[in-house]
Design a protein. Structure first.
Length: 407
């Protein structure tokens, strides 16, 4: 009688290519590690507008759902998420029928995902707990807040039964343990970075990137990028830029991305008369363009408004900026403070303290040597925290542990 082939499935609502581009640079190596172990690796998700490399597809069996996810399309954030949640029970049931030995719902925390996977698939689940989207979108709306709290309570009940939960920072562990999640189930998978995709630009290469974006040598450029969720606090930063333009006449805030807050931001920029200082180009066409934009800047910004759940992750934005050797200006969040040391590789500021933000940004503006020192330390931090091999094994190891426990 032949031995049963060990099979594992990885699930992501962006599709494999979208997952890799959005925080999953370690995914191809994770898949390769599982393949080297003798596992048959399946990936289930929608089609993606992002290109899938030959290396990423080499060791995985793809199962694409009949819809496409375009991360640059702001309507997909809602419409495709709903589609994904409607498909997820069927995906989980398919994994059970196909006798997958373990499944991983990676790099995302959609409401009720834990229950769906437990009910329709079974117990051998590894999942990421990171963004609390119900809290993000309901906390400021009194009518919706009780519903958001109830859904989060349901989520926590399911997380208590998940064998392994991956988080991006250690700080969230205390929160989850206090709500009954076993400490032994909690593991950290740091945000990975591929240093061949995000890296510093020097000399002529950096000058050419600035020229392409329309920046002069005298411009003081600060970048931020990502989906414009309400907890990102981009409007707060735009107001600070308006207040600083007298002291920093050449300040340029390059805010890349799109989302529900874009219309409000454009209105605010017009109201404050900072069209020259705040640039809203939308999404960069690819990671190469994004790297060039970040690497051409003088400062990398990581901003959140300071909601409780803002402390629970590190963010890909920060990860990219570290890899590009940018001195960091970051909201003082507990998860971020695990990798950003104030005065060493960047500055931390309280997200409700405009004067602190302006004072520290002015220090960076006036002191190029300080920017250089912070930037070099930021790059070293990236190499220590976001190493691809380490991050790949942080995902592969719990999957292997689950499979081996059942043998």
């Amino acid at each position: 009688m032949s031995k049963k082939q060990t099979k594992v499935a990885i699930l992501h609502r962006y599709g494999l290519a979208g997952d890799i581009c959005c925080g999953g640079h370690n995914r191809p190596r994770t898949i390769e590690i599982l393949h080297e172990r003798g596992y048959e690796v399946h990936f289930v998700g929608p089609k993606s507008e992002d290109a899938l490399s030959e290396y990423a597809a080499k060791y995985v069996i793809m199962h694409e759902l009949p819809f496409t996810w375009d991360r640059a399309n702001p309507t997909h954030k809602w419409s495709r998420t709903i589609l994904w949640l409607l498909w997820l029970p069927w995906v989980a049931l398919w994994c059970r029928i196909k006798r997958m030995d373990a499944i991983t719902h990676i790099n995302d925390t959609m409401p009720l995902t834990g229950w769906i996977l437990r009910i329709f698939y079974g117990k051998n689940v590894v999942m990421t707990v990171m963004d609390f989207f119900c809290r993000i979108y309901t906390e400021k709306h009194p009518v919706l807040r009780p519903l958001g709290n109830f859904i989060e309570w349901l989520d926590v009940q399911s997380w208590r039964q998940i064998p392994y939960i991956l988080t991006k920072v250690y700080f969230i562990h205390d929160y989850l343990i206090a709500r009954g999640v076993p400490a032994e189930a909690l593991l950290v998978e740091r945000n990975p970075i591929d240093p061949t995709i995000f890296f510093p630009l020097e000399g002529e290469a950096r000058r050419a990137a600035r020229d392409k974006l329309g920046f002069s040598d005298d411009d003081f450029v600060m970048t931020h990028h990502g989906v414009m969720h309400p907890n990102k606090g981009n409007d707060w930063v735009v107001r600070r830029v308006a207040e600083l333009k007298g002291e920093i006449p050449t300040i340029r805030f390059l805010l890349m991305g799109d989302g529900g807050e874009m219309a409000n931001l454009k209105t605010l920029v017009d109201e404050l008369g900072v069209q020259e200082h705040v640039l809203l180009p939308g999404w960069m066409p690819d990671e190469e363009s994004l790297n060039a934009a970040i690497a051409s800047a003088d400062v990398g910004l990581m901003m959140r408004i300071g909601q409780e759940t803002d402390h629970f992750h590190m963010t890909d934005t920060l990860n990219h900026e570290l890899a590009c050797a940018k001195p960091i200006m970051s909201a003082n969040l507990r998860g971020v403070a695990e990798v950003i040391a104030d005065g060493e590789n960047g500055f931390l500021f309280e997200p409700d303290n405009p004067e602190e933000f302006k004072s520290k940004l002015l220090q960076l503006y006036r002191d190029p040597e300080l920017r250089q020192r912070f930037g070099a330390a930021a790059l070293e931090t990236s190499r220590e925290v976001s190493d691809l091999e380490v991050c790949a094994r942080q995902v592969a190891d719990p999957i292997i542990a689950l499979v081996e426990k059942e043998k």
